[in-house]
Design a protein around this ligand. Structure first.
Ligand code: ADP
Ligand code: ZN
Length: 716
């Protein structure tokens, strides 16, 4: 033995391979093991890598890399915990499915500098845990079988009594009484989970899905296993937090990507040292989980589960299924309006579908009233963005002490401006997008690009000809202003990413509305998310058409989901709610199916058969190649060549569509072109995906292409 060891490591980079390093055995107290984190140099920079192969001689030989080219490691990364096998396994699965490198997933899971655990552990003082740790140490050291058995028994006893304590404290099953319908759904979920399948719970809003999740969670924790509870949006976790804390005061750990370094580290340390129920957004999938018994994916159809940029471009729902598989955990997906993908998986028998149709408080569906804004305008029935009809409805509602939520899918005062003289619409010089007007506190306003975030001064004059600029249309800010003028006595608040820049402000608004301290809430789609606002009796969507007018085969389905969800926000208790839709396309089928009652399964069947007819997902797999390049000529040429290349490489049944420009085809000075690849879902799918990824890689290398090509699997 020379004492020199060869290892392979994962680096937080977009690399198609895992670099080799060496170290001298006697330079470390003990040999490195899989998952250890080490500091290494790569291409002139220092990184923290993860050891994946501890004796990599054969691998190095196979790769034809001679010893002389292998650099020594810099040293172990002090204070960083070992990565578990399960974590690395998940990274590899995500990378394979979403066509990126495991290193990119590692980078997302451990953003540099964010999970430094030094100094945090000391803050987590759990007497029980310390005792267990001591016993574990003794067990490891005990040479004699009988001594070891004694320690093991002692440790198990401590664990058991800790569990019983929790159950006795009411953190267990007590306090959750299910209705007969809930009980039935609950039992069916358990059957499906027992059969080793994911369960899809389709339950109308207010049916009490959350209660069922909590019961399942209580049972899992009582059985000594951990729970991951996922929500699409941080804002939702806040309301849920209080509800969960009532049942599990000791075990709850909230996690999301907006947390500070210290809080993240605390969360990571907590779930390493305690029984836990982790509540979080998609990034909570990459916590150092262990011993998971149950994963809940609430509002599973929500597009926010998908990460668009950067890689890994993963969907939290599918990734949760991978994680559950790795841990042998049960998984429950829930929604009032499940995704077509999940419903399809039920149809083919991969998932089990459980329907919950009764509302817990027996409220009936809110009525739907559709107001044709073009017809109203002709009759002088519009005052600004509001129809007189809607104004009356709002007054009636407020008079009765009810609350109102108004949805408008555009933040800003005015989404665009136009010059009255020359017709010019001011655009962002760096993006191919109109600038929107935002009011500032001093009343002067500013122009904001919603694509790159740049802010420009506003003088009210056209930069081209000096004419007057006129606001076109109304965003949430203007609607808030109009509402204040129309309903002078009402307390009005606005919820969008401008008004709620900080999580704290957002929380205040949501809490205030839930507590009845706000009468009218104006906001973007966040107001439609799954909040429990018990006093809400009227919801209204203004310019609903913006939801439909997208060139995407899923626009209608998405609009329907959003509107269904918004409708579910009102009339959650006994009183019947009202849902008002202002639109210029009152005959659109989406509104028809909304007004036609809750036959959502029929609408779903229709959507599914359309998808089948056109070979869209879930009947095929879509992968987008997204090109970004500062040079317009080059991107046009390259994207056309890439289409040719891919059409040639991908045989039988694959479709390559494009290149085409997205609606906004230039952002921050970079031109964007898309190529859509549709692969049939058959035996070749796996190899076609790999071939696609390889072809794109080879293409960029061969042409020495300096633009950027990203692959986006299952884009939303
Ligand atoms: P969903 O998540 O399906 O929209 P929720 O779980 O939020 O429904 O339930 C709707 C309302 O009914 C909530 O206010 C909840 O507290 C109440 N509720 C539902 N099930 C129960 C139950 N078993 N016991 C007491 N209250 C319940
Ligand atoms: Zn811009």
């Amino acid at each position: 033995m020379t004492g020199q060891r060869l290892i392979q490591t994962l680096l937080p980079l977009r690399l198609g391979w895992e670099p080799f390093y060496s170290y001298m055995e006697d330079s470390l107290p003990s040999p490195l093991v899989e998952g250890d984190r080490i500091r290494v140099e790569f291409a002139g920079k220092e990184y923290v890598g993860v050891v994946t192969v501890t004796d990599a001689r054969k691998e190095a030989e196979a790769a034809g890399i001679g010893m002389e080219r292998i650099k020594p490691i810099i040293g172990p990364a002090e204070g960083l915990d070992r990565i578990s096998r399960e974590e690395i396994k998940l990274w590899r699965q995500v990378a394979e499915y979403y066509l990126c490198s495991p290193g990119e997933v590692y980078k997302a899971a451990y953003p540099a500098g964010k999970v430094e655990e030094e100094g945090v552990k000391s803050r987590i003082k759990e007497r029980v845990q310390q005792r267990i740790a001591k016993l574990d140490e003794k067990i490891a050291k005990a040479r004699r079988e009988d001594t070891r058995a004694r320690y093991v028994a002692e440790r198990d006893e401590i664990l058991r009594s800790a569990q019983n304590d929790r159950a006795a404290q009411g953190s267990g099953l007590s306090g959750i009484e299910l209705s007969a319908a809930q009980q039935e759904a609950y039992s069916r979920i358990k059957e499906v989970l027992k059969a080793g399948k994911p369960a899809l719970l389709r339950g109308v809003t207010g049916s009490g899905k959350t209660e069922i999740y909590l019961k399942l969670a209580a049972e899992t924790l009582a059985g000594g296993k951990n729970v991951l509870y996922m929500v699409p949006e941080i804002a939702l976790s806040r309301q849920l937090e209080d509800r969960i804390r009532k049942h599990f005061p000791e075990d709850l750990q909230v996690f999301h990507s907006g947390m500070t370094t210290a809080r993240r580290a605390e969360a990571a340390a907590f779930i390493k040292s305690s029984p836990y129920l982790a509540l979080g957004t998609r990034s909570s999938l990459f916590l150092p989980h262990r011993n998971i018994g149950l994963i809940i994916v609430d509002e599973e159809n929500d597009p926010s589960y998908k990460q668009d940029n950067p890689a890994p471009r993963y969907n939290g729902r599918e990734t949760a299924i991978m994680l559950a598989g790795i841990h042998g955990a049960g998984i429950v997906l829930g929604s009032a309006t499940p995704s077509l993908e999940s419903l399809y998986n039920c149809q083919v028998g991969r998932y089990g579908l459980i329907d919950l149709t009764a509302r817990y408080f027996h409220a009936s569906d809110s009525d739907v009233e559709i107001i044709d804004t073009i017809a109203e305008r002709k009759k002088n029935g519009m005052i600004g963005s509001f129809s007189r009809k809607l104004i009356d409805r709002i007054r009636e509602c407020l008079d009765k002490g009810g609350q109102v939520a108004i949805l408008r899918e555009r933040r800003s005062y005015s989404p665009m401006l136009q010059c009255e003289e020359c017709g010019n619409i001011p655009k962002c010089p760096r993006c191919d997008a109109a600038l929107s007007l935002h009011m500032t506190d001093d009343g002067r306003g500013k122009l904001v690009c919603h694509y790159c975030g740049r802010v420009y001064g506003y003088s009210g004059k056209c930069p081209e000809c000096g004419g007057e600029l006129k606001p076109l249309g109304a965003g949430t800010q203007k609607i808030e202003e109009e509402a204040a003028a129309l309903f002078p006595g009402a307390r009005i608040a606005r919820l969008d990413s401008d008004s709620a820049r900080s999580g704290k402000r957002e929380e205040e608004i949501i809490k205030g509305f839930a507590a009845g301290d706000i009468d009218i809430l104006v906001g973007t789609r966040i107001v439609a998310k799954g909040f429990d606002f018990s006093g809400l009796s009227l919801v209204a969507v203004l310019r609903s058409d913006t939801l439909l007018a997208q060139q995407d085969y899923r626009a209608d389905e998405r609009a329907l989901h959003l509107l269904e969800q918004f409708r579910g926000r009102c009339g959650r208790r006994s009183e019947k709610g009202l849902f008002v839709i202002q639109t210029s396309q009152p005959d659109h089928p989406v509104y028809k199916s909304l007004a036609g009652g809750t036959e959502s399964s029929k609408t779903t069947d229709k959507f599914l058969s359309e998808r089948k007819l056109f070979g869209y997902p879930p009947y095929s797999r879509v992968i987008n190649a997204v090109l970004r390049d500062r040079n317009l000529k080059r991107i046009e040429l390259i994207s056309r060549e890439l289409v040719g290349e891919l059409s040639g490489t991908l045989g039988g049944g694959a479709k390559v569509i494009g290149p085409y420009s997205p609606v906004v085809d230039k952002v921050s000075g970079e031109n964007i072109r898309m190529i859509r690849v549709m692969l049939p879902k058959d035996k070749r799918l796996h190899s076609s995906k790999a071939a696609l990824s390889e072809a794109v890689g080879r293409f960029s290398t061969d042409r020495k292409y300096i633009g950027h090509i990203a692959l986006d699997v299952d884009p939303v």
